[in-house]
Design a protein around this ligand. Structure first.
Ligand code: DC
Length: 230
């Protein structure tokens, strides 16, 4: 049976990566978390002092983009691919609130997007891939056979992210997480280059009140139907 491309887009903390991982595992496909790539570039920019609360040096970051090597390495124990920045495993560090604060301003830089989109398209050249992000169905793979657009209320999403961070032992405040979710939504949706929007042919999926199992069943069956038609 022919392999397809599955593009999953949507607002932050809608559970895109959870469903993408489940689908990839069930189908034997590769899963790519494109948010991790934007987060790794952000971490690089923070470490170099190109971005902080008071400034963003776009030129300096753009001029050093070719010094950023991003790779995914599969972790057999965790059963997913971890993000490496110039050979260093940064999987934990890129998930902190600090990186979350700066990632949207970095992701709106055109040269950053061009570099990462080209890498993502190369990864998906042979299909058999589930990719999640903000512009996968619109820009990276406009011809993807399955496009899903995920949404849920900001409060539900903030609560999920809050619990996730607490579970990881980070000290966080719910209101701060909610503010971050809302700010990221706004920047991601209003930016000039490939803003977050639903592709015309994407299926919208609001999981505010849906359990993980039901969500997976629905999407998996949908993907199987599409694959069956290939
Ligand atoms: O999915 P995430 O929360 O880890 O993504 C982090 C940020 O990266 C998000 O605020 C927007 C940006 N992003 C993007 O602009 N395009 C993508 N394809 C993926 C993420």
């Amino acid at each position: 049976m022919g392999k397809i491309t599955i593009a999953i887009d949507g607002y932050s903390s809608t559970g895109k990566s959870t469903i993408a991982k489940q689908l990839a595992r069930a189908l034997g496909y590769v899963y790519v978390d494109t948010g991790a790539m934007y987060r790794a570039v952000t971490l690089f920019a923070m470490r170099k002092g190109f971005i902080d609360e008071n400034h963003k040096d776009v030129e300096a970051l753009v001029n050093t983009l070719d010094k950023i090597e991003l790779t995914f390495h599969y972790n057999e124990e965790l059963e997913f691919s971890e993000m490496y920045l110039n050979g260093e495993n940064v999987e934990k560090e890129i998930r902190t609130m600090e990186v979350s604060q700066f990632v949207s301003p970095v992701a709106e830089i055109e040269a950053v997007r061009n570099k990462l989109v080209a890498m993502q398209q190369e990864m998906g050249r042979k299909k058999g891939i589930v990719m999640d992000g903000r512009d996968i169905g619109t820009v990276v793979f406009p011809d993807a056979e399955v496009k899903i657009f995920m949404s849920a209320s900001p409060e539900k999403r903030a609560y999920r992210r809050y619990k996730e961070l607490l579970d990881k032992g980070e000290e966080v405040d719910y209101d701060e997480v909610l503010k971050n979710v809302q700010q990221r939504d706004a920047i991601d949706s209003d930016r000039e280059f490939s803003p977050l929007r639903k592709a015309e042919d994407a299926i919208e999926f609001d999981n505010s009140d849906m359990g993980l199992e039901e969500q997976f069943e629905r999407m998996y069956n949908f993907a199987l139907r599409v694959i069956g038609k290939q």
